[in-house]
Design a protein around this ligand. Sequence first.
Ligand code: PLP
Length: 233
Amino acid sequence: MPLNQPLEAVRRRIAFAARNAHRDPQTITLLAVSKTFPAQNVAQLAALGQIAFGENYVQEAVDKITALRPDWPALQWHFIGPLQSNKTRDVATQFDWVHSIDRLKLAQRLSAQRSPGLPPLQVCIQVNVDGEATKSGVAPEDAGAMAAAVAALPNLRLRGLMCIPEPRTDIAAQRAPFARLRLLRDAIAAEHGLTLDTLSMGMSADLEAAVLEGATIVRVGSAIFGRRSAPQR
Ligand SMILES: *Cc1c(COP(=O)(O)O)cnc(C)c1O
């Protein structure tokens, strides 16, 4: 299936929301979440100018990155899923970003395994904004201490915060957890003297709400690639 129309539609949604928020659309990065979709789909989007891709599963991602790197060396790879400690090495060596730091040990391992010859791994701390027992992410009250500790590690660069709120349909309800993440980011940056320029929030169903609340990276899968065949979340 050609992906140019869904990609264009998502770009328009972002631009429209940005205009409503009096924001420059250029300050919002579209991360195309390609998990479960084959390398050919990524290549098709790359040919349309899409640069940043998000993946959730280490082995699947490494296979895709390896297949695509010769033809598309400038693509940016973002790891956005739950990460087991024993799988950090491939992420530290193959990816540009990790959005899902939810414990210090993960950051320490990624820092130790990132080659100092590579640019620092760009990282976000995932915050459990809804306090759901089943979702990963640090509790909001613990995010500041974690941010300070992560920011002190070599070979990583802490960029900001990420969240995956529980699905809501009403836009006002969608905005509330995104606003909380933004305020938390502002508070942590001020308290710890950190520059945190990134809010990774918003997916296919709620990207407008996220852009209105200051998202700098929206992570969009199904609105671009179509439905994933296996339920992945
Ligand atoms: C799968 C996934 C997305 C994309 O979700 P869609 O609803 O398909 O846009 C975004 N972020 C994370 C962390 C994901 O796992």
